[in-house]
Design a protein around this ligand. Structure first.
Ligand SMILES: Nc1ncnc2c1ncn2[C@@H]1O[C@H](COP(=O)(O)OP(=O)(O)OP(=O)(O)O)[C@@H](O)[C@H]1O
Ligand SMILES: [Mg+2]
Length: 259
């Protein structure tokens, strides 16, 4: 416990005959940013689905803050401080930007069923606190002016940012970002990289970032794991990974690299 916020031991997942993840291991130090890369279909999102409890592993163990979370539900895992974003965004499209953040925060809200039902003062206090937190988060993300907009009407780049803000509303210690810069132009991606670095520092976060945009992940991560056909084929610093012949070969001809 202690030094590693997350340990993943010998994780396997098959879908019928397809081995999507084979023998994945990770020791993630608290406060670190790690990258997880690999060609399309390598198993990156499946690793996130397993760690966040969306899928159950065929084999293996996941330990978060010293506690075995392998068999917990996604909401139980979120409540412990582990959250993730989705490659295919899962916002509430017809709710406003601000409402999307408030809904996310309720996962962590302490108010039980009865105070909520009877509109007890504790419920209103909590509502106010959540509203304040949502506003602060939107200011940080440079999105305060969009707070009343319907999420579906936001430009795609802002929807991706909103999904990250939503994840942070649950008060996480560990955040898994699945292709945060997908669909963004270079400037938007550079701005997001700066924001992610600030968020990590200010909220004392640990992060794993899945990305196809190498400049993004290599600029942020101190260690990168490379998956290919469900197996880790390389682990190292961005510099080591950039020069690793196995990695270059895995990507060759796939067209999956975004400079
Ligand atoms: N729920 C599922 N049922 C069946 N097969 C699945 C399921 N989820 C993923 N797969 C398969 O598992 C493999 C790994 O998929 P995964 O989505 O984890 O890859 P990825 O590395 O995230 O790819 P990408 O870069 O395209 O997002 C793929 O062959 C995919 O088709
Ligand atoms: Mg994926």
């Amino acid at each position: 416990m202690g030094e590693y916020i997350l340990k993943v031991e010998d994780l396997w997942k098959n879908f019928g005959g397809l081995m999507a993840v084979s023998g994945y291991n990770l020791e993630l130090p608290r406060g670190a940013i790690y990258g997880l890369i690999g060609p399309n279909g390598a198993g990156k999102t499946t690793v996130f689905n397993l760690i966040s409890g969306v899928l159950k592993p065929s084999r293996g163990r996941i330990v978060f803050k010293g506690r075995d979370i392998t068999h917990l539900r996604p909401d139980e895992i979120t409540a412990l401080g582990l959250t993730r974003t989705f490659q295919n965004l899962r916002l509430f499209p017809s709710l406003s930007v601000e409402e999307n953040l408030k809904v996310a925060a309720h996962v962590h809200a302490r108010c039980g069923f009865f105070p909520t039902l009877f509109c007890a003062p504790s419920f209103f206090r909590e509502e106010k606190a959540i509203e304040r937190k949502a506003c602060e988060m939107l200011e940080r993300f440079g999105m305060y002016e969009f707070r009343k907009e319907i999420a579906a009407n936001l430009p795609y780049g802002l929807q991706r940012k909103l999904d990250i803000a939503r994840a942070l509303m649950t008060g996480p210690e560990l955040v898994l970002l699945d292709e945060p810069s997908a669909g963004m132009n270079t400037k938007e991606a550079d701005d997001l990289a700066r924001l992610v670095a600030e968020l990590q520092r200010d909220f004392h976060l640990t992060m794993i970032i899945v990305e196809h945009r190498m400049s993004f992940v290599m600029g942020l991560a101190e260690v990168i794991q490379v998956l290919d056909y469900g197996s880790i084929i390389a682990v190292g610093t961005p510099e080591e990974i950039r020069q690793n012949p196995k990695v270059i070969e895995a990507y060759l001809g796939t067209g999956d690299l975004v400079a």
